[in-house]
Design a protein around this ligand. Structure first.
Ligand code: ADP
Ligand code: ZN
Length: 742
């Protein structure tokens, strides 16, 4: 075949939104080149980029050749390219950066690895997998230990890891193989984590309630007509939303179309995933943030090869390369986990689901027991169709919420609360305790001189961790050994202020010494799969009390939980950001939803110093709509979203003065742009310094009445940046539709 010389435009994952032209000798039909990765020289480095367009004519400037095309078939089809382009424009991110986000990291792997071999062939290690069922323990002590290890790792572990991390020698491994306990798996095996391989039961069969039926019918109409429509399902926890999703997916599958289901954090909602797998079996691919790079790549490849028709995953699953998309579901749509904070693009997957839905002319389902104020507003203005599930399934009733005024300052639990906990335990019931701070104590104060233990690198106090006896910074990771005297005055008069989960669990173990207490927070779930272990233990009634941070507030469905206790709700309520009330309400409602899901009635005890707070009053009455209406009035008065389009421009630098000067310069450029733009003077972030870097924000906004899609806001920012010259030691980044402004 004849080779031709053509000119291609490549987008690289760099912060500059520009295509770069190269030439290439090729026999491939030119149309199929777009969307493929290439390796090219860029800025005297080898870099992976994506061909995003072709040039018809020879350019009048010097063009170099690319090294080579990496993909025989494009990794992006036209739909994905359009979608990514849209994201880049909306979030003021570069096209190349969005494309990088849309692929598994392995495909943008280290260049040296790429040059050595072919990045498409990730090196597969020797995997050791057990041969089940494993025999009773009859071997030597070490082999018996190895059997235990195998039982805990039925999906297989690489031999290297077994040696280096678990300390079993090659000798033990060979012995185990010769005894028929395990085998080596060498071939390019699709690695699946437990969540995919765990045994599942048959799906429970039931007929839908009238309300569920209505939801499904409405959605089915859009599915049949192939039209874009956004449905907001507002349904109490346990009202049967998941069942509605499943029915809607069935309808889509009848038409041979595919589905994306977004879930905020899969490890926290294994039960939901299990339900999908029970119905759809091998059609389902589950992505989650704790998969290894290789595992993520494997799943991506499987999806791309049409092996799966349903993809369940966290926010990045919105980029799942499914063909013939028929429906996108966003569960717990209010969750802030859908918003990416770093790196750029700082996208919100919930909002991008709607964009991808529009591009594909398909329906979108957003579901929540506590819809975000934005989505609720969109439903009331008719932009979304509101569907409601007002009753819990079966006999389960909403729990009674009791506000408990704090009186006993020196106790973690009020006496009346301790009494209630004891009663439930005596009846063999389970309890969930929420404390949204980890560690033992959030700051240590010297009672003699008043000084507080602070991080040398950040403007925050250090948290005391009892387990490691260390003071740890939750921002930069700095740690030091805790001392029992003050570092400033030397006196031994330290008091522990600010309760964390560790202290709550410790206190409970003193109050109820015969009860096993489980703790679930970032510290207790560092190891892969540890989430599942803790949840499984609680599910199997091996423990009666589960203490945790907001991690425990999500979709757990334990029928024996009769009591939920929120240790200190005030830390959520006093947080000085415009969305903190909304978040506090959602947290209270979500965690309350864990109580009384079965036959027993649930109760929620909320400890607070501000018992007359209006958020608590609405929460007590389960009056979410009332709360939202009230909050919408406040937002409108203050000019906050959904009544404003907002952008946060973030400055950071090691030199405070330089940062301040830059932010003031941009501020001045912005106010000159457009009279319709409201710009606030630069302010220090609430935590000013992290890791010795100072941080500051400039907030700009427009009224959504005349700038509904934010175009005025974005073009003003783009214009201002054209004449903005920032010092090289100051970093500037943009966050469109920020969830936090402080
Ligand atoms: P949500 O997603 O709103 O929390 P689920 O769909 O998980 O609610 O439903 C709660 C429980 O009720 C689940 O155990 C589910 O299997 C069951 N369920 C849902 N719909 C029905 C129904 N129509 N009839 C009987 N049980 C149902
Ligand atoms: Zn720090």
């Amino acid at each position: 075949m004849e080779t031709v010389n053509i000119y291609i435009n490549v987008s690289f994952p760099i912060p500059i939104d520009k295509e770069f032209t190269y030439s290439i000798d090729t026999t491939v039909e030119t149309k199929t080149l777009i969307g493929s990765r290439v390796l090219a020289n860029f800025n005297r480095r080898k870099m992976i980029g994506v061909i995003t367009s072709l040039l018809k004519d020879k350019p009048d400037y010097r063009v170099i050749k690319i090294d080579r095309i990496i993909d025989p078939k494009p990794v992006f089809n036209e739909e994905m390219l359009l979608f990514c382009k849209w994201i880049s424009k909306y979030y003021l991110s570069s096209f190349g950066q969005v494309l990088k986000q849309a692929l598994p990291t392995a495909l943008y792997g280290k260049i040296d690895r790429f040059i050595e071999g072919n990045i498409n062939k990730i090196k597969y290690l020797n995997y050791i997998t057990p041969i089940l069922p494993l025999p009773e323990k009859i071997f030597s002590k070490r082999i018996n230990e190895f059997i235990d290890f195998l039982l805990e790792n039925t999906i297989g572990v690489s031999q290297k890891e077994i040696k280096e991390i678990y300390n079993f020698s090659d000798h033990i491994i060979s012995k185990a193989i010769s005894l028929g306990l395990c085998k080596k798996v060498k071939k390019e095996d699709i690695r699946l984590s437990t969540i995919m391989t765990e045994s599942i039961n048959d799906a429970v069969k039931f007929s839908l309630t009238e309300e569920q039926d209505h939801c499904v019918n409405e959605i089915e109409r859009s599915i049949d007509k192939n039209i874009f429509d956004t449905f907001l399902i507002y349904g109490l926890t346990g009202s049967g939303k998941t069942a509605v999703y499943i029915e809607a997916i069935k309808k889509v599958r009848e038409k041979k179309k595919t589905v994306i289901v977004l879930i905020p954090e899969i490890s926290l909602t294994p039960q939901t995933v299990k339900r999908f797998r029970e119905v759809f079996g091998d059609e389902v691919a589950v992505l989650h943030s704790r998969l290894s790079e290789g595992e993520k790549y494997d799943s991506w490849r499987g999806i791309k090869a049409n092996k799966y028709s349903i993809v369940i995953g966290p926010r990045s699953a919105i980029f799942a390369p499914l063909d013939n998309l028929g429906l996108i579901i966003v569960d717990e749509e209010h969750e802030s986990a859908y918003k990416q904070s770093d790196p750029s693009p700082r996208y919100n997957a919930r909002d991008m689901a709607i964009v991808r839905g529009k591009l594909n002319k398909i329906p979108i389902i957003l579901g929540s027991a506590t819809p975000s104020i934005d989505s609720f507003h969109n439903a009331s203005t008719g932009k979304y169709s509101l569907l409601e599930l007002t009753k819990r399934i079966g006999r389960a009733k909403l729990p009674e919420i009791v506000i408990v005024k704090r009186k006993q300052f020196y106790q973690i639990f009020e006496d009346s609360v301790i009494e209630s906990l004891r009663e439930e335990l005596d009846q063999g019931r389970q309890i969930i305790v929420l404390q949204n701070r980890r560690g033992y104590s959030t700051h240590l104060v010297c009672e003699s001189c008043g000084s507080v233990s602070t991080c040398p690198n950040c403007s925050v106090s250090l948290t005391y961790h009892l387990h490691s006896k260390q003071l740890i910074c939750h921002h930069c990771g700095y740690f030091e050994k805790a001392k029992d005297y003050c570092g400033i005055c030397g006196k031994s008069n330290i008091s522990f202020k600010g309760t964390g989960t560790e202290q709550v669990a410790f206190e409970l173990s003193k109050l109820f010494p015969d009860t096993k207490i489980l703790r679930m927070d970032q510290d207790s779930t560092r190891k892969k799969e540890s989430h599942f272990k803790i949840l499984r233990e609680f599910e199997n009634n091996k423990s009666s009390i589960l203490v945790g941070t907001q991690m425990i507030a999500k979709g757990l469905d334990f029928h024996n939980v009769s009591l939920v206790c929120i240790v200190n709700v005030d830390t959520e309520l006093i947080f000085p950001d415009y969305r903190s009330d909304e978040r506090a309400f959602q947290l209270i409602t979500q965690v309350s939803g864990r109580a009384g899901r079965g036959e027993i009635n649930g109760r929620v005890l909320v400890q607070t110093y501000s018992e007359s707070n209006h958020v608590l009053e609405y929460a007590r009455k389960h009056d979410y709509i009332g709360y939202i209406k009230n909050e919408l009035e406040n937002r409108e008065l203050a000019g906050y979203p959904p009544f404003a389009k907002m952008a946060k421009i973030m400055f950071s630098s090691k030199i405070y003065e330089d940062m301040k000067r830059s932010s003031l310069e941009l501020y001045k450029l912005l106010i000159d742009q457009n009279k319709k733009l409201i710009v606030y003077k630069p302010v220090d972030r609430m935590v000013l310094k992290v890791n010795n870097i100072y941080r500051m924000n400039v907030i700009a906004k427009t009224n959504s009445e005349y700038d509904g899609n934010g175009n005025i806001l974005r073009s003003a920012i783009k214009n201002a940046f054209r004449s903005f010259k920032v010092k090289s030691n100051v970093k500037v980044s943009i966050d469109i539709d920020p969830l936090e402004v402080i």
